[in-house]
Design a protein around this ligand. Structure first.
Ligand SMILES: [Zn+2]
Length: 294
């Protein structure tokens, strides 16, 4: 073993399972088995066990030991209570793989750990489905997305009805989720979409327009400079507040059990499904049905 491995002290018998940006990640056969055992035990992931087992076997889901230097990259997901914070997961679209990073100090694969690790795994599986099987994703989840974005815009712009957002959702998929392209052209198009509901709003023309600009800036600044956006988050409360409330419109009080911060939804529709997957609610079986297509 070289110095790097000693620094992070992966358990004996571990080998390099992945390399991301030249950073080695260590795993082992026994870790993968432990992970699967934990997925089988958690009531949250049990219904998806066969899918998860298949994804581990084909190398799409990669359990590794947590490497401390990666923590800063994923810090925004670390909002769970300390007792449960023994793993992080992230999806790398380029590799079409999900890395589940498990704390190598974990000494208790108990209820809290099983549940936490299954929650973050399923969350990332939603992003994976959107990227690898987009038409399956769209056909499974469009009704949920219509409900979320309809309520979101009703709240942001104080509309008197839930608007029809079908065309907007297609646009969001095509130009943002699948291509992750927040160029000026796409942002202008986004602006034009939200301006379509102007007549339904109780805002005057000027207020409506400035709210639309705030929304566009919320997306733009986040992409240009995330840490600047993060420290100035309160400036966007008129957008971020409704983003949380729209979840309550869709899944009710179950949303209070969600651990993830809300901010990607404006331009990443799979985040909506990923967040809804985290807690038990009226759409749980629908979300799982879609994920079984992975
Ligand atoms: Zn996510």
């Amino acid at each position: 073993m070289n110095n790097v491995t000693e620094l992070f002290a992966p358990p004996i018998g571990s080998e390099v399972f992945a390399k991301i940006d030249n950073q080695p990640f260590y795993g082992s056969e026994s870790l993968s088995l432990k992970f699967l055992e934990s997925m089988r035990k958690s009531s949250h992931s049990k219904p998806l066990y066969n899918t998860i087992e298949k994804l581990v076997a084909n190398g799409t889901l990669v359990p590794c030991w947590l490497n401390k230097s990666i923590l800063k990259l994923v810090i925004f997901r670390m909002t769970a209570p300390d007792s449960a914070k023994n793993g992080v997961a992230f999806f790398i679209p380029k590799y079409k793989k999900i890395y589940i990073l498990i704390d190598n100090n974990i000494n208790n694969w108990g209820f809290a750990s099983n549940d936490w690790i299954s929650t973050i795994t399923i969350h990332e599986m939603c992003h994976l489905l959107a990227k690898t099987k987009p038409s399956a994703f769209v056909s499974a989840y469009t009704p949920i997305l219509k409900e979320y974005y309809g309520n979101l815009f009703k709240r942001i712009f104080q509309l008197n009805i839930v608007p029809d957002v079908s065309k907007f959702i297609k646009f969001l998929f095509k130009k943002f989720e699948f291509t992750a392209n927040t160029n000026l052209y796409n942002l202008n198009k986004y602006y034009e979409y939200v301006m379509e509901w102007k007549e339904l709003s109780s805002f005057n023309s000027e207020d409506y327009q400035s709210m639309a600009m705030l929304l566009i800036n919320c997306i733009k600044i986040r992409h240009i400079n995330f840490s600047a956006w993060y420290t100035n988050m309160s400036k966007f409360s008129a957008i971020l507040g409704p983003m949380r409330q729209a979840y309550i419109d869709v899944i009710g009080e179950a949303f209070n059990g969600v651990n993830t911060n809300v901010f990607q939804e404006l331009d990443v529709p799979s985040e909506v499904i990923a967040v809804i997957s985290e807690v038990k609610n009226k759409y749980t079986s629908k979300v799982y049905q879609g994920l079984k297509k992975l």
